[in-house]
Each structure stands twice: as structure tokens, then as C-alpha cells.
Design a protein around this ligand. Structure first.
Ligand SMILES: CC(C)(COP(=O)(O)OP(=O)(O)OC[C@H]1O[C@@H](n2cnc3c(N)ncnc32)[C@H](O)[C@@H]1OP(=O)(O)O)[C@@H](O)C(=O)NCCC(=O)NCCS
Length: 234
């Protein structure tokens, strides 16, 4: 009954929430308690659980992306058909079947919590390619890229590109000194105004880093440089 009620209520709920908040939830399968940042887009046909947090400007493409749990930073691009942070069945118990935890099968009266690894942490400006699978317990650094169809089972370093099953390091996006500077600059914490002012520089990483070299001060524009957590959502 609750399930059917949700199907009826969800489209109306998200239409109202989209108007009240500055985001665009097109899917009706998004948990009502999910924490959704400014200008986030969740495309139709994607499923996002209530425990998920998504930072400003990140998007999840549909159809068929499923985010079971995750703490996603700002400006992340998550392609369609990706699977992130789904639960494990406990293979250490006698059975992996949910008869011993789920009242739906008529064996137990009350639901039993199954132990789970923590939700995956996805930094800021992370691009997750189509069909990727990101396991619980992993941490993906700022600026990283997950290649199409990869299965991420271990942590991913900032600004690295990983691919395959299991995902292995392919290369870094930039030389170490550029990566270090970008991690200090943390452009994802800038105001919209500052990003707008500097938008041309985003296409030339050396010029970008030169203009905003940490410690030297901004040569192009003012505005706050920010210092929030990697996965901060607002
Ligand atoms: C990761 C990616 C960006 C790398 O692009 P690239 O720099 O042009 O990569 P290259 O083709 O030069 O390949 C570099 C290496 O990575 C490997 N590689 C590339 N894509 C891979 C993948 N999906 N899985 C495993 N390995 C991959 C290549 O085989 C190559 O390995 P080698 O050096 O041993 O030969 C690209 O392959 C990719 O996966 N893009 C995602 C596209 C997508 O999902 N778009 C959705 C729209 S949002």
C-alpha cells in the first residue's frame, strides 16, 4: 500500500520541491530524505535512495542509474546506467537469502539490519563513465575519472583515471604540480559569480593554475576561495 501511495505522491512531491529549491529532479524514484544540492539534476529513470547526499551542480543521468548510498561532492558528472553504493548480502551468515532479515518472507516478524560497509564517498568534479559500478566502502578523490563499465573496488586517487574490472590506475589527468595546485585552489567552492568570471580559464589548466596559484592570491578576480570538506553538500 505504502509503495503505491509513493508512486502516486512522488511526481507531485518532486514538482513542488523543484519549484521550491533550485534543483531539477526528473525522476520519481528519488528518496524523499535524499539531500540534494543547488542546481543538481537527476534525470528520469534513475533511482536514488534516501540516504544519498549530492552536492551542488552534480548530475545523475538516466535511465537506469542506481545510487543506493553515497556522499557525492559538487560538480560530479554521473553517466547513465551507473550503479553506486548498493548493499551487500552477508555471506558470513548461514544464508545470503533475506529470509532471516526480511518479514516479507514470513519467517521473521521484524526487519533485521544487515551490516554494511560505509557509503562510497565521491569527491568534487568526479566524472563517472557509463555503466560504471562503484562499491560501498570506497573513496574517489576530487577530479578523478572512472572509465566506462569499470568496477571500482578500491580507493581512487584525486585527478586519476581508473578503468577496468577491477578498476586499475590508467593515468593522471595532469602532472603532480598541477594536481597539487588544483587541490589547493578548490574551484568547486567558488561562488557562481567567480566561476562565471573565470570560465574561459577553465579550458586551459596551466593558465588557470597560474591565475589562481595558491599563496599568490587571485590575479583574475576576487571572491572566496572556500575551504569546505571534500564531500560537502549544501
Ligand atoms: C576513461 C576515458 C575517458 C579514457 O579516454 P582516453 O584518455 O582517450 O583513453 P585511451 O583510449 O587513450 O586509453 C588509455 C588506456 O585506458 C584504457 N581504457 C580506456 N577506457 C577504458 C575502460 N572503459 N575500461 C578499461 N580500460 C580502459 C585503454 O585500453 C588504454 O589502455 P592501454 O594504455 O593499456 O592501451 C574513456 O576511455 C572513457 O571510458 N570514457 C567514458 C565515456 C562515457 O562513459 N561517457 C558517458 C557520457 S557522460
Amino acid at each position: 500500500m505504502r509503495k503505491y501511495l509513493k508512486v502516486i505522491i512522488a511526481p507531485l512531491y518532486w514538482r513542488i520541491m523543484n519549484r521550491l529549491h533550485n534543483y531539477q529532479v526528473e525522476s520519481t524514484q528519488v528518496g524523499f530524505r535524499a539531500v540534494i544540492g543547488r542546481r543538481v539534476i537527476i534525470r528520469a529513470g534513475s533511482e536514488v535512495s534516501s540516504s544519498v547526499k549530492i552536492g551542488d551542480y552534480s548530475y545523475i543521468s538516466g535511465p537506469r542509474s542506481f545510487v543506493g548510498s553515497a556522499n557525492i561532492g559538487k560538480f560530479c558528472s554521473i553517466a547513465r546506467e551507473t550503479t553506486i553504493g548498493v548493499s551487500d548480502h552477508n555471506y558470513r551468515w548461514v544464508t545470503t537469502h533475506p529470509i532471516i532479515i526480511d518479514p516479507e518472507y514470513g519467517i521473521v516478524k521484524d526487519p533485521v539490519e544487515e551490516p554494511q560497509k560505509p557509503a562510497p564517498i565521491i569527491g568534487n568534479d568526479v566524472w563517472v563513465g557509463m555503466g560504471a559500478f562503484i562499491m560501498r566502502g570506497v573513496s574517489i578523490g576530487d577530479g578523478a575519472v572512472v572509465a566506462a563499465n569499470s568496477v571500482v573496488t578500491r580507493d581512487v586517487a584525486p585527478y586519476s583515471i581508473v578503468g577496468g574490472n577491477p578498476a586499475r590506475h590508467i593515468k593522471f589527468r595532469f602532472p603532480p604540480e598541477i594536481v597539487a595546485a588544483l587541490l589547493e585552489i578548490r574551484w568547486w567552492d567558488w561562488s557562481d559569480e567567480k566561476i562565471r568570471k573565470n570560465r574561459e580559464n577553465f579550458r586551459v589548466v596551466e593558465a588557470f593554475v597560474r591565475a589562481h596559484q595558491p599563496g599568490v592570491g587571485d590575479r583574475q578576480s576576487g571572491g572566496e576561495s572556500g575551504s569546505s570538506e571534500v564531500t560537502q553538500v549544501s
